[in-house]
Design a protein around this ligand. Structure first.
Ligand SMILES: Cc1ncc(C[n+]2csc(CCOP(=O)(O)OP(=O)(O)O)c2C)c(N)n1
Length: 564
């Protein structure tokens, strides 16, 4: 019995970890015994490690709690990598336990053995390599301490993310009995990582002073987990002060933004509007922002003050104009800042300018969407408008997320997720499966066909729940490459970008017991959407068929809209 592994599992449950995703293998047998025998941890078996890691990511993202991932040695561990990179950039806590063989066997033609020490390089917050314990030299304290430290780091209030523990095992791997009583060292505590980074008074005073001297203020919110405290802080600040809030579609601050269509406005207004309405003060918080138009504008604009507020150590300066980094948890910063303004400003000229633009944008979009032409853009609006509330929305890294960013989400109460840490198309469905598994609400994934077929193993497990809805925009290739300039410039190389194919999702739906629907025009879509989000005993998949060429014509027309 590899007893120290039971210590690892016990420390995980002691510190609140509830879920472990286990991929099959033999070298990892001790980990399988230790986790499956722990009554406080729910274990799930998933065979494809790439998919398993994204499922774990989706579970941790939704539950805001670390999830354990276990695999055997060799390439199994490498297949975790894409999701680990995504978790690193999206600050999602994962504990990765990879089984290994004794180090002296490396490069000696022993099967299923590769360089696993520090396998995930800079994409983990910490990496440990446990010694190869035998029955007589088990070091329980070390296993306990390393696990506690790993959990503290992965779930730190300052910066969450993945942590790797590589664990070499000697044979025998299979015990005579599964019974084992674990006695943890008394008093083990999570290390002092849990304290939130609070804003310093001097920083708040400085921001207030600059704030008072600036007429045009914008708060920009990038990708973030849903957070009511932040929402309340932002809403309160906007009630009191003349400040415009641009919130990315994945910021989960849609409801507190006072200019939801900023992406559309910036890409459809004239230069003069942007010149006269650039901010003197920009405060940016959160992860990546999708809008390319905003990025281009902010990179060129002459913004006097850009305060970047973040608790993480790696300083982010996307537009190359940060004038001051403020180390703080963004929600604490916003709530403390709003307390600095005790009166309510009645005149809000800057908000008014952007709200007027928002109204013009809304009208322009609405009239455009009245078109009869069957296209992804219009279908997207119809699907978004029918999403059940409250509910979860996952947007794959296909054109859909760009459409959604331009159109905005009209409804309140939708939590919006996307793998924007590294923007891969390789695990969007698995992430949604994991997320739906830990949520009671209807969880809808909107995906393009390449992203969907790439990750169809997402359904190859027992976690797919009846609250999952998948909507595939099937244009038989990577349609996004026909929407941007460049990839389709030369007909000879077009196919290497678009990667055309002729597949549909019907057989996958049948294989995995999903209810299957297909629509090829608005009348079918309207009828289907009437019941698609209703509760059901099985998950549902809706496939919408489009043509890349027709879509790109509609999108080009849409891009010509002007607001002024
Ligand atoms: C793992 C990975 N490989 C390649 C890419 C590059 N890429 C970005 S979008 C895309 C095409 C997506 O096609 P699809 O999901 O069908 O959506 P559509 O563009 O048609 O909306 C590709 C290949 C990526 N983001 N991630």
């Amino acid at each position: 019995l590899q007893e120290h592994v039971y210590t690892i599992s016990e420390v995980c449950s002691k510190f609140g970890i509830e879920h472990a995703v286990i991929c099959p293998g033999s070298r990892s047998a001790p980990l399988v015994f230790a986790f499956t025998q722990n009554k406080k941890i729910n274990c799930y078996s998933i065979t494809d490690e790439r998919s398993a890691a994204f499922v774990a990511l989706g579970m941790a993202q939704k539950s805001k709690n670390p999830v354990v991932l276990i695999c055997t040695s060799g390439t199994a561990a490498v297949n975790f990598y894409p999701a680990i990179a995504e978790a690193f950039y999206q600050h999602i806590p994962l504990i990765i336990l990879t089984a290994d063989r004794p180090p002296e066997l490396l490069n000696q033609q022993d099967g299923q053995m590769i360089f696993q020490d520090a396998l995930y390089g800079n994409h983990v917050l910490a990496a440990y390599n446990l010694p190869c314990f035998t029955q007589n030299n088990n070091d329980f304290d070390l296993s306990e301490n390393i696990t506690a430290e790993a959990i503290s780091i992965c779930n730190s209030a300052k910066q969450k993310g993945p942590v790797h523990i590589n664990i070499p095992f000697v044979e025998p791997l299979y015990p005579d009995t599964l019974e084992y009583e674990v006695n943890l060292k008394s008093g083990i505590k999570l290390k002092e990582f849990t304290e939130e980074v609070l804003p310093k008074d001097e920083d708040l005073d400085l921001v207030k002073e600059v704030w008072k001297s600036c007429a045009k203020k914008i708060i920009l919110i990038g990708q973030l987990q849903p957070d009511d405290n932040l929402k309340n802080g932002i809403s309160e600040l906007c009630k009191r002060e003349d400040v415009v809030v641009f919130s990315d579609i994945t910021s989960n601050q849609n409801d507190s933004s006072n200019c939801k269509l900023f992406d559309f406005i910036i890409s459809h207004c004239d230069k003069e509007f942007l010149n006269s309405n650039q901010p003197d003060l920009l405060i940016s918080i959160g992860g990546p922002v999708l809008s390319k138009a905003l990025e281009n504008w902010f990179k060129k604009a002459k913004i006097k003050h850009h305060f970047r507020v973040q608790s993480e150590n790696t300083l982010v300066d996307t537009y190359g104009n940060v004038s001051k980094f403020i180390k703080s948890d963004p929600k604490k910063f916003i709530s403390e800042l709003s307390k600095k303004f005790t009166t309510y400003t009645s005149q809000k000229p800057f908000i008014t300018v952007w709200q007027n633009a928002n109204l013009l944008a809304k009208n322009a979009i609405s009239s455009f969407l009245e078109t009869e032409n069957w296209s992804e853009l219009v279908a997207m609006q119809k699907v978004l408008d029918k999403l059940p509330v409250p509910g979860n929305l996952h947007l794959a890294n296909s054109s859909g997320i760009r459409y959604a960013s331009l159109l905005g989400i009209n409804q309140s109460g939708i939590n919006c997720y996307a793998n924007r840490g590294t923007s891969g198309i390789d695990g969007c469905t698995s992430t949604a499966v994991g997320s739906a598994f830990v949520s009671k609400q209807i969880t809808t994934l909107i995906s393009g066909d390449l992203a969907f077929f790439y990750d169809s193993n997402a359904f190859w497990n027992n976690l797919v729940r009846e609250n999952l809805r998948v909507v595939i925009f099937n244009n038989k290739g990577g349609g996004i490459f026909s929407l941007i300039e460049g990839p389709t410039k030369f007909s000879e190389t077009r196919d290497f970008f678009i990667a055309p194919h002729n597949r549909n999702a019907k057989n996958i739906a049948n294989d995995y017991n999903l209810e299957y629907y297909i629509c090829t025009n608005f009348s079918e879509l309207n009828t289907c959407l009437k019941g698609f989000f209703n509760e059901s005993k099985r998950p549902k998949l809706l496939e919408l068929n489009f043509s890349i060429d027709e879509n790109s014509i509609v999108f080009k027309e849409f891009r010509k809209l002007k607001i002024s």
